[in-house]
Write a protein that binds this ligand. Structure first.
Ligand code: F6P
Length: 380
């Protein structure tokens, strides 16, 4: 029988974290299960730092549905299977997962809910091999978790990006400029593609289609020749030219199995080149963390609530080591083993790395076809 469960939120935050947390707690409370939350994701699990979560009377989880962020924090790049530790003044990387397993066993948690992206779910799957009961919930604004059609947080990010495009439209039109908007999306261009359609952009450059800048310039010059002296270009941060590399702003050293690249500069690079090629002035806006903060859309509140309630339902049924997903538009679940794909080695490669099993934009997706039909140039 399920008695005590704990939630951890891990990876870059998204709008909807709290809505998932709330749904898990409420479903737990309705089934007499005690709910706890580890502070700052896997780091809290390592330090055994957790709080009781409660939506009753003076509880700490009241009114959190529309709130951005995560009431139990979140940590990025925390791979406890290869964790940085200081020894004799030097940083060495150690597998500290056994410490986490001990913490879970000692305090008798029957199930851990891991709210996170592909890196988080890779560690979750690795914990299942250490004998822990885990249920994952797919999060990330990039919408790139394998096996599900949509992650929570994505819809809010698209909505923020399309609002930004609307605003860039009016200023771009006024000053006859090319307005470049750089959005998030390291290896998957879902945000760029969907917001470009929602906002009526002219060009969308995504990591899945290495771009030829001349093609984008051609589109803009054609518009100019037809009297439209402004254009909107959406660039995913992970977009790269044919034969070129992603724009990396800095390389961090957070160990094996995490994404050490801090991306930055993709939009600026595109703006500079388009200005030179078209003779029109170009300006770049980097949307950044605006996409992750603030209140979730109604869609994300509902999706997050569905995911959270389903996760707890699965725990009550004893269906562990799975990820809640949306498949053919319906709530479902798949084994975490399937989610990691061929990325099998414990702890070795997790995180948002190129090797990890993530869901990229595929060329026969409706969004790609729609964009092409209405003349959005995809850099090819
Ligand atoms: O993976 C989600 C994401 O928002 C990416 O789109 C972005 O590159 C990254 O997180 C930024 O993470 P950080 O919080 O480490 O800067």
């Amino acid at each position: 029988m399920l008695r005590r469960v704990a939630i951890l939120a891990n990876g870059g935050d998204v709008s909807g974290f709290n809505a998932v947390i709330r749904a898990i707690i409420k479903t737990a409370e309705n089934n007499d299960v005690e709910c706890y939350g580890f502070i700052d994701g896997y780091r809290g699990l390592l330090k055994n730092d957790y709080v009781r979560l409660c939506t009753h009377a003076t509880g700490n989880a009241i009114g959190i549905l529309p709130k951005g962020g995560s009431i139990i924090g979140s940590s990025t790049n925390a791979n406890v299977f290869c964790y940085p530790v200081e020894e004799n003044g030097k940083i060495v990387y150690k597998d500290l997962s056994e410490q986490c397993v001990e913490n879970i066993k000692k305090d008798e948690f029957d199930c851990i809910f891991t709210l996170g992206g592909d890196g988080t779910q890779k560690s979750a799957r690795d914990f299942t091999l250490r004998g822990v009961n885990v249920i994952g919930v797919p999060k990330t604004i990039d919408n790139d978790v394998a096996c599900t059609e949509i992650t929570f947080g994505y819809n809010t990010a698209v909505s923020v990006a399309s609002d930004a495009i609307d605003r860039l439209h009016t200023t771009g039109e006024t000053h006859h400029r090319i307005m470049v908007l750089e959005v998030m999306g390291r290896y998957a261009g879902w945000i760029a593609l969907e917001s470009a359609i929602a906002g009526g952009a002219d060009v969308a450059l995504i990591p899945e289609i290495p771009y030829n800048i001349n093609k984008a310039a051609e589109k803009i010059i054609n518009r100019k020749n037809r009297g439209k002296e402004f254009s909107i270009v959406v660039v995913a941060e992970g977009a790269k030219p044919i034969g070129g590399e992603m724009s990396v702003e800095a390389v961090r050293n957070r160990g094996k199995g995490v994404d050490n690249n801090k991306l930055g500069g993709a939009g600026q690079r595109v703006a500079k080149e388009l200005q030179e090629l078209t003779g029109l002035e170009a300006r770049c806006t980097v949307l950044g963390y605006m996409q992750r903060g603030g209140t979730p859309t109604a869609f994300d509140r509902v999706l997050s609530t569905k995911y959270g309630a389903k996760a707890m339902e699965l725990a009550l049924e004893g269906k562990f080591n799975v990820l809640t997903v949306i498949k053919d538009g319906r709530l479902d679940y798949v084994p975490l083993e399937e989610v990691v794909g061929n990325n099998k080695e414990i702890g070795a490669v997790s995180g948002n790395t190129a090797e990890s099993n993530i869901r990229r934009v595929n060329m026969d997706h409706d969004l790609v076809k729609t964009a092409r039909h209405i003349g959005i140039n995809l850099g090819d």
